[in-house]
Ligand binder design. Structure first.
Ligand SMILES: [Zn+2]
Length: 307
């Protein structure tokens, strides 16, 4: 371990590696990153011969810490699967690729590829300004080298993983990764448990459609793996996410009714009501004012829907 690595570890918050029960011939590990900024969960599917990573977290320092945890398994990284084009899901890529020491597949959908490459929403530039050395520059971020199609089956070390791409919801797209033998699904940020979701991209209507579609198409799902909260059953996580988004949309819709505007007082009322209904929900410190930003995004969306 280099001196630099030691320093970074000492300022990083602890990340607890948790191991779930064996599912056939695989084990799913999750890496829990605690605040200061936010909780991010990233996952490793341990197969007989190696590790398949789902998302990489945001900070380079946290990725290095997680990598140390992964090294206990003494297995090579076989592939990295990216769920969606938000910085907290691919910022750690350089660390894991360097550790792999060779070209490995980085799977993502075409939409995710395009969104990272263009940085059309400016997320990479923003994070770079905010986080400096702890977040890679645009040119340092390795682009996905293996584009997955909707419905494509990836077989990695004998484990079947089906990629399903759901465009336009929490982000420009979410690629879920479904393991049919184990009936589990990695869902990115389509579900968030008690973490305040980012509704600001203004696609909550289609996000609800996506969640209902998953409920219908995968009635036998046993467990879902989210990006910011601990894995749980779809009955818990998907149902809770639908409830939150519907409630939020209704509140914004009510205040738009008279004058098509959500004024400051109404914003405060919505925020208070959300706080009352979901008192234990947490927000990333990297997204100050998230509720207000969410209100603005949903208000624009609802106005566009009614026109
Ligand atoms: Zn996220």
């Amino acid at each position: 371990m280099s001196l630099l690595g030691t320093i970074i570890l000492s300022v990083s918050q602890p990340i607890v590696a948790q191991t779930e029960s064996n599912r056939d011939n695989i084990t799913i590990h999750n890496y829990y990153t605690s605040p200061p900024f936010e909780e991010i969960y990233y996952y490793a599917i341990e197969t007989e011969e190696g590790l398949i990573l789902i998302d990489t977290g945001r900070l380079l320092s946290q990725a290095r810490y997680a990598l140390e945890n992964l090294q206990q398994f003494n297995k090579p990284i076989l592939a990295i699967l990216i769920t969606h084009p938000h910085t907290d899901h691919f910022g750690g890529l350089p660390v894991f690729l360097e550790a792999a020491g060779r070209d490995i597949p980085i799977y993502a959908s075409q939409i995710t590829f395009d969104s990272i490459q263009s940085d059309g929403r400016g997320y990479i530039e923003n994070r770079n300004r905010q986080l400096g050395q702890d977040f890679p520059d645009l040119e340092e971020i390795p682009l996905p080298n293996s584009i997955v199609e909707d419905g494509q089956t990836l077989t990695i070390d004998g484990v079947n993983i089906i990629a399903y791409d759901f465009p336009t919801n929490e982000s420009d797209t979410t690629t879920t990764y479904y393991l049919p033998a184990q009936q589990v699904m990695f869902m990115g940020d389509l579900v968030n448990g008690n973490k305040t979701p980012g509704l600001f991209e203004g696609n909550t209507g289609n996000w609800l459609n996506t969640l209902r579609e998953i409920q219908q198409r995968f009635p036998d799902l046993q467990q879902v793996y989210p990006g910011h909260t601990k894995p749980d059953s779809p009955n818990v996580l998907i149902t809770a996410q639908i409830d939150y988004i519907e409630t939020f949309r209704n509140l914004v819709s009510q205040s738009l009714e008279n004058d098509e505007v959500v004024d400051d007082e109404e914003k405060q009322d919505i925020a208070d009501e959300i706080e009352r209904l979901y008192p234990d929900y947490e927000t990333s410190l990297l997204l100050p004012g998230l509720i207000e930003i969410n209100i603005n995004g949903v208000a624009e969306e609802l106005k566009a829907e009614s026109n």
